[in-house]
Ligand binder design. Structure first.
Ligand code: DQA
Length: 141
C-alpha cells in the first residue's frame, strides 16, 4: 500500500512550535518511527508552507497513491483551492489534525477539506497520523 502524509504550513516547526499544543517531537523523528511501525506500507512524506505546492503535490500523487493523509494546517480553514484539489483527485483523503480543532478558536472549526475527505481524525496528537494509516489498512481489507 502506497500512502503519503502531506503537511501544510508551520508543521515543519513541530517540536519547536507551541509545544503545549503540538508536542515536543519533530516530524522527522516521528516519521521514522512510523516507517518502522508500518513496514508493509510504502510511506511518503511531503511538507510545504506554500499553498500552490500543496495543490501541486495533491495533483501529482492523487491518481497513483492508495491514500493521502492530509494535515493542511491553517489552509484547512481558508483554502478553497486545496479543497477543490481534494475533490478533483481519485485517491481517498483522510483529514488529520494534531490538536482538537473543535475545542479551539471558532475559525478553526471550518474545513474546506472535510466535505471531500473520507473521514477526519483529530485531537490525538501525532498519534492522529498513526490512526489514519490504521484506517487505510483496515479499509483495504
Ligand atoms: C493543525 C490545526 C490548525 O488549526 C493549525 O493552523 C495548524 C495545525 C493541527 O494539526 O492541529 O497549523 O492543523
Amino acid at each position: 500500500m502506497k500512502l503519503i502524509i502531506i503537511n501544510g504550513p508551520n508543521l515543519n516547526l513541530l517540536g519547536k512550535r507551541e509545544p503545549e499544543v503540538y508536542g515536543t517531537t519533530s516530524f522527522d523523528t516521528y516519521f521514522s518511527t512510523l516507517q518502522k511501525q508500518f513496514p508493509a506500507v510504502e510511506l511518503h512524506y511531503f511538507q510545504s508552507n506554500i499553498e500552490g505546492e500543496l495543490i501541486d503535490k495533491l495533483q501529482e500523487v492523487g491518481f497513483s497513491f492508495d491514500g493521502i493523509i492530509l494535515n493542511a494546517a491553517a489552509y484547512t480553514h481558508t483554502s478553497i483551492g486545496i479543497g477543490d484539489a481534494v475533490k478533483s483527485i481519485e485517491a481517498p483523503v483522510i483529514e488529520v489534525h494534531i490538536s482538537n480543532v473543535t475545542t479551539r478558536e471558532t475559525f478553526r472549526h471550518a474545513s474546506f477539506i472535510a466535505p471531500n475527505a473520507i473521514g477526519l481524525i483529530i485531537g490525538f496528537g501525532l498519534t492522529s497520523y498513526d490512526l489514519a494509516i490504521e484506517a487505510f489498512l483496515k479499509l483495504k481489507k
